[in-house]
Design a protein around this ligand. Structure first.
Ligand SMILES: [Zn+2]
Length: 383
């Protein structure tokens, strides 16, 4: 039966979701995406710097002026101010605009895909995808994904799985809880196995330094000009080595000039080679090297990715983690090939692995899951 309003059929107003027509929610969802994107910009900037994401209110990093509400509207303010601070005209990174637009698009697609039949699933997925966006942009800049996102995301995913069993295609909270728990264990497990077992994509990473800089090795990690990396993220196998061309090398009790330096801290015994001389690492509490080039045995993945995959599993189940592991490698290879074709292959060693995992999991949630279940004759697996 078609209803009419002012002589117009109301059919296109269908379906009704949460008591209102789908189209109204669609608009609301895009606006929500813009607002969330604006908040994610704050998270991306402040979280890796250990600043609060609520206090103080937004201010210009250059002139410190508090940003009035009218200049803080998503997308529109950036366009209106032509990407500059109103007070000091310092350029504001186009990343702010990009994150807001990207969040709105991802929210919109997720809503169109799931909103009509499973609006709460759309909601839960948008929570996950918001985390993906924050993780991706933080990883691109800092090569880490903060625990607030990975461990926090795991807890939130587990709780949402209990509240919204449909997230795992389950009928009851108990089934959904089992799916989420398995997702966490298997997700963390597969990435950890890859970390311990071998290299997936890129074995080492060269860090270019701006001129000659001091790199300090202390008991638990190496301090670079821009970051500190714990040894446990660098050394897995006896062959893993940090190499530097040292201009001035200081140990606790002596000093060398212009020698290559190599550290193998997972070797038995752990050792340091300076020029032709080899020392046990055991007796050296301190090593400082002035250098303009350092090469790290960094894996494509790190411990942050173990926790990140746990969060993906908590939301999407264990099948998603296995898919994401393999599909992210495919995506990583494609990106590496494109970078090589563009003559930019050195970039590939500087990309974190988190963004690929996020992209792969997004593909799974949007469509991959359905395709897979169709291919395997509707069987979702042994669980
Ligand atoms: Zn300013």
């Amino acid at each position: 039966m078609t209803e009419y309003f002012l002589g117009l059929p109301l059919d296109w107003w269908q379906p009704i979701v949460w008591g209102l027509p789908f189209v109204i929610w669609t608009v609301a969802w895009v606006v929500l995406g813009l607002i969330v994107g604006s908040f994610l910009n704050v998270v991306i900037h402040r979280l890796p710097r250990n600043e609060s994401v609520v206090q103080p209110p937004s201010h210009c990093p250059n002139c410190n002026q508090r940003i009035p509400l009218k200049d803080n509207l998503p997308v529109f303010s950036w366009l209106w101010l032509k990407g500059r601070c109103r007070f000091c005209a310092t350029p504001i990174s186009p990343r702010y605009l990009g994150v807001e637009v990207l969040t709105a698009i991802i929210f919109l697609v997720t809503w169109l895909r799931f909103g009509a039949e499973q609006p709460w699933v759309a909601f839960a997925l948008c929570v996950l995808f918001a985390g993906f966006i924050a993780a991706t942009f933080i990883d691109l800049e800092h090569l880490i994904i903060p625990d607030e996102i990975t461990l926090g995301g795991t807890v939130v995913g587990f709780l949402l799985s209990i509240a919204i069993p449909a997230l795992h295609g389950a009928e009851t909270a108990a089934q959904s809880l089992k799916q989420s728990g398995l997702g966490i264990l298997i997700g963390a497990g597969v990435v950890y196995a890859v970390l311990r077992g071998g290299k997936l994509l890129f074995g080492r990473q060269r860090i270019p330094l701006e001129g000659t800089q001091r790199v300090v090795f202390h008991e638990t990690g190496v301090i670079l000009p821009k970051e500190e990396i714990p040894y446990e993220e660098l050394f897995y196998r006896a062959s893993d080595a940090i190499r530097l061309q040292g201009q001035r090398i200081e140990l606790a009790d002596r000093c060398y000039w212009n020698q290559p330096v190599e550290l193998r801290l997972a070797a038995q015994p752990a050792r340091i080679r300076i020029g032709a001389e080899e020392l046990p690492a055991e007796g050296e509490p301190y090593l400082s090297v002035e250098t303009d080039r350092i090469e790290l045995p960094r894996e494509a993945m790190g411990l942050g990715d173990v926790k990140f995959m746990a969060a993906i599993g908590a939301f999407l189940g264990w099948q998603a983690t296995v898919f994401s592991l393999f599909f992210s490698a495919v995506l990583g290879t494609l990106v590496a090939l494109v970078l090589i074709a563009l003559g930019r292959q050195k970039w590939s060693g500087r990309l974190g692995y988190g963004p690929y995992l996020a992209m792969a999991a997004l593909v799974w949630a949007w469509g991959g899951k359905t395709w897979f279940q169709a291919w395997f004759g509707g069987a979702a697996g042994p669980f």
